[in-house]
Each structure stands twice: as structure tokens, then as C-alpha cells.
Design a protein around this ligand. Structure first.
Ligand code: ZN
Length: 242
């Protein structure tokens, strides 16, 4: 600690560079970054993002879009725009980046740090469920033993504190970390969906978790997406953060 936690980059190079620069300014060491999956999908720079994540993240796991781009997850349940972006990504991914992504594990346990990493949910990680409600969280606390679970997938940042009584408290910006158990979603670097279009990530210290939001050059990303012929709804949603 401290750690930077990034997730759901989705081939958005401008957002990723902005976040990595901020991580560097905070003095978090290069080996202090955790990546929770979905390097690719939706955006225009999959190869650049895969390589940057590889050079900056000490721990990395797979997301459903990563698996879909590798042909490991069926895109039948993706919406039309997401599926079109996966087909585009499949066309442009280099063999080098494919090899890097094939090394992403589905989950990871950081023993010394007492942290569990998963993209979707501790229960059935390969099914890519979301943790969206207190009920989802309650169920999922049974499926990991570590003090903290870091997950992504919903693109909605939160810090959930489970008290010894079993009661849960949700924080949206920052929270003190004590002896309780926690589920933390850092939000999405490259495609935020909480109506705030700024890139989102999290910083963890021994005592505190904090969600960081950063403006980035959205219009530049959008121009590249249009030039690449990626679906218009994916371009447009970046402006609104949905
Ligand atoms: Zn995602």
C-alpha cells in the first residue's frame, strides 16, 4: 500500500493516460497498480491500452470483454453495439496483445495484502454477474475470505463497508478502512456509467479508500471512435457518462 485500482479501461487511451499520470503524481509506485479487467472493448485503442496496462499494473485479471475478444466468452449476450466493438477489436488486436491477454487470470488472491480480485463477482466469476445491490453483496461476501474484494464490471464506483453486525454501509467518494470487510468498485477508467463522464479509479491506503475522478479529452477519443467506424451509441455515451 498505497495501491491504485483501475478497471474497465475499454480501449480508451486518453482516459488511461490521464489516470496513469495522476497515479504517478501521487507517488504510487509502478508496482502499486491493480487492474481489474476489461482492457478492451468499446474504444479505439485496444493494443495501446493492453501494452500500457502491462507496463504499469503489477496485478491484472480478465474481464468479459477481454475474454470475448479472445473468443473465450460468447458475445451472444452482448448488445449489438458491444458485439460490433468486439468484432472490430478482434480484427485489430495484435498477436502480441492477444498473448498478453491470454495470460490474464480470472481471479487473483493477494495473500499478503489480504485482497481478492475479480472482474464481475466472487460467486461464479466466469458467469460475469454484477454486484449492484446490498443483496448481491451479502451473497458474495460468502464467496471470498479476504478482508477486501476489489471488483469492476458495472462501471459504478462504490466502497461497501460490512460491519461485524452484518449491516452494510455504502460510500461513493471515500471511506475509512478498519477491521471490517469491504467490497470496492473503483468505477471505470474508460466508460463511466454513473452520469459523471470523468474517468474513475480508486486509491487504497491502510486506513482509507478513495474514488478519484479526472476529466480527460473525451472529444479526442470520440473522434478516433468515429474514424474507426465504431458504433455511434458508444461514441455518444462517453459525453454523458452512461
Ligand atoms: Zn466493462
Amino acid at each position: 500500500m498505497p495501491f491504485a485500482v483501475i478497471s474497465d479501461v475499454h480501449s480508451n487511451l486518453e482516459a488511461l493516460e490521464t489516470v496513469l499520470e495522476d497515479i504517478g503524481k501521487r507517488g504510487i509506485k509502478k508496482n502499486g497498480t491493480i487492474f481489474l479487467g476489461d482492457a478492451v472493448g468499446y474504444g479505439p485503442n485496444p493494443n495501446e491500452c493492453v501494452l500500457l496496462i502491462k507496463s504499469h499494473a503489477r496485478w491484472t485479471i480478465a474481464g468479459n470483454h477481454d475474454w470475448a475478444a479472445l473468443g473465450l466468452t460468447d458475445i451472444a449476450y452482448f448488445n449489438a453495439s458491444a458485439a460490433a466493438a468486439i468484432r472490430w477489436t478482434d480484427d485489430v488486436l495484435t498477436p502480441e496483445c492477444r498473448l498478453i491477454m491470454e495470460e490474464y487470470p480470472l481471479v487473483k488472491r493477494l495473500k499478503k495484502e489480504n485482497i481478492f480480485l475479480v472482474h464481475g463477482s466472487p460467486k461464479e466469476p466466469e458467469e460475469w454477474h454484477y454486484v449492484l445491490s446490498l443483496w448481491d453483496a451479502e451473497v458474495n461476501f460468502e464467496y471470498f475470505t479476504e478482508r477486501i474484494c476489489l471488483l469492476g464490471h458495472s462501471h459504478l464506483p462504490f466502497i461497501l463497508d460490512r460491519l461485524p453486525s452484518g449491516d452494510m454501509v455504502v460510500f461513493k467518494e471515500e471511506a475509512e478502512l478498519g477491521p471490517n470487510r469491504y467490497i470496492i468498485n473503483p468505477g471505470s477508467v474508460g466508460q463511466p456509467r454513473d452520469s459523471d463522464p470523468r474517468a474513475s479509479y480508486a486509491v487504497l491506503t491502510e486506513q482509507k479508500a478513495e474514488i478519484i475522478r479526472l476529466p480527460y479529452d473525451i472529444e479526442k477519443t470520440q473522434r478516433k471512435m468515429r474514424d474507426a467506424g465504431l458504433p455511434a451509441p458508444l461514441v455518444e455515451r462517453l459525453s454523458r457518462g452512461v
